[in-house]
Design a protein around this ligand. Structure first.
Ligand code: PBG
Ligand code: ZN
Length: 337
C-alpha cells in the first residue's frame, strides 16, 4: 500500500465514512458501576480523592443504583464498609452484614439491575489484608474457606454474580464448589484473574477504608513487570471454572488485556481503577484536559484492547454521554433499545 495509489486520508475525509469503518463500539451494556455501601442511615459522603463517588448508606445506594439502571447501566459491583472489623473479617460472611443487606435492598427495589459482589476480606479485617494472617503473611488455604463462606452468603442474599479479588490460589475452585453444593450452580464467577500490586488503588483504599495496617500486598498481588505470569494466573482461573476473567488495573495494563483476548475465549473484563479515575478528574478540574473527551477515549482504548466489560467509576457519566449521542468520531453508540 504505497502513496499515491493509496491515501489513508480518503476514508477519513467524511464523517459518514468514519462512522462506516469504525472498528470498535462502546455500549452502555459494557459498563459495570462500582459502589461503596456504608453502615448507617442518611449517609452520602464524597471520597475526597474521587469527586462524584460516595460512601452511601443503603437507601442512597438504592437511589443511585436506580438511576444507573435507568441510564442503561446493566450492573453494579458492591464494596462494603462494615460497622466493625476484626481479625477474621466476620462481617464479610455475616447473614446481616453490610453487603448482604445491600444486596437484599437492591434486589427488592431494582430487581432487573445485576448485582455483582466483590469477594475479599480486606474491607472487613482490622489489619486490612485480603485474608487470614499467619506468621506475618496471608495464609492461602485458611483464607479460601472464608472466601467460600463469603461468596455463599452473597449468593444467599440474592447476588447475581460473585467476583473474587483476593488473589489467593484456588479461590475460584473453592467458590465454585461451595456455590454448586448449595444450589447456586447458575451463579457466575467473574474472577479478578490478573490483579497487579498497584499504586493506582490508592484512592479506593480511602473509599473502602481497606489500607493494610502493616506491609503491602506484594505476596499475593502480581508484580507489575510480569506478562507471562498473567497468562498463567488466568489459565488457573479458567480451569477452575471462572466465567469471566478480569484484568486490573486497566490503562497501564492494556497489553495484558490484549493478551487475555488472544489467549482465551471467555469474556474479558477490565477494571478502570480508582487512581485512573482520580487522575482524569484532577486534570479535568485543572482545565488541563477535555475531561469528557478523555473519558470516552479511555473507554474506547479498553474496547480496542479487547475488553468486553469495563468496571468504571465513570459508568454513569459514560452512559449519559452515550445517550446524548456523544460525537460518534470519538465514542460509540449507546446500547439502548
Ligand atoms: C479489594 C479490592 C481493591 C480494589 C478492588 N477490590 C483494592 C486492593 O486490592 O487494594 C481496587 C479498586 C480500585 O482501585 O478502584 N481486594
Ligand atoms: Zn482485598
Amino acid at each position: 500500500m504505497f502513496y499515491p495509489t493509496f491515501r489513508a486520508r480518503r476514508i477519513r475525509g467524511k464523517e459518514v465514512f468514519r462512522n462506516m469503518v469504525r472498528e470498535t463500539a462502546l455500549s452502555t451494556n459494557d459498563l459495570i458501576y462500582p459502589m461503596f455501601s456504608a453502615f448507617g442511615k442518611g449517609i452520602r459522603k464524597e471520597i475526597s480523592s474521587m469527586p462524584g463517588i460516595y460512601q452511601q448508606s443503603i437507601e442512597n445506594i438504592v437511589a443511585e443504583a436506580q438511576e444507573a439502571y435507568e441510564l442503561g447501566v446493566p450492573a453494579v459491583i458492591l464494596f462494603g464498609i462494615p460497622e466493625t472489623k476484626d481479625a477474621v473479617g466476620s462481617d464479610a460472611y455475616a447473614e446481616h452484614g453490610i453487603i448482604q443487606e445491600t444486596i437484599r435492598a437492591l434486589k427488592k427495589e431494582v430487581p432487573k439491575l445485576a448485582v455483582i459482589t466483590d469477594v475479599c476480606m480486606c474491607e472487613y479485617t482490622d489489619h486490612g489484608h485480603c485474608g487470614i494472617i499467619k506468621d506475618g503473611d496471608v495464609d492461602n488455604d485458611e483464607t479460601l474457606e472464608l472466601l467460600a463462606k463469603e461468596a455463599l452468603s452473597h449468593a444467599q442474599a440474592g447476588a447475581d454474580m460473585v467476583a473474587p479479588s483476593d488473589m489467593m490460589d484456588g479461590r475460584v475452585m473453592a467458590i465454585r464448589e461451595v456455590l454448586d453444593n448449595n444450589g447456586y450452580k447458575h451463579i457466575p464467577v467473574m474472577s479478578y484473574a490478573v490483579k497487579y500490586a498497584s499504586g493506582y488503588y490508592g484512592p479506593f483504599r480511602e473509599a473502602a477504608e481497606s489500607t493494610p495496617q502493616f506491609g503491602d500486598r506484594r505476596s499475593y498481588q502480581m508484580d507489575p513487570a510480569n506478562r507471562l505470569e498473567a497468562v498463567r494466573e488466568a489459565q488457573m482461573d479458567v480451569e477452575e471454572g471462572a466465567d469471566i476473567i478480569m484484568v486490573k488495573p486497566g490503562l497501564p495494563y492494556l497489553d495484558v488485556v490484549r493478551e487475555m483476548r488472544n489467549e482465551f475465549n471467555l469474556p474479558v473484563a477490565v477494571y478502570n481503577v480508582s487512581g485512573e479515575y482520580s487522575m482524569i478528574k484532577a486534570a479535568g478540574k485543572m482545565g488541563w484536559i477535555d475531561e469528557e473527551r478523555v473519558i470516552m477515549e479511555t473507554m474506547m482504548s479498553f474496547k480496542r484492547a479487547g475488553a468486553d466489560l469495563i468496571l468504571t467509576y465513570h459508568a454513569m457519566e459514560v452512559a449519559r454521554l452515550l445517550h446524548k449521542g456523544y460525537e460518534a468520531g470519538r465514542a460509540g453508540r449507546c446500547g439502548c433499545p
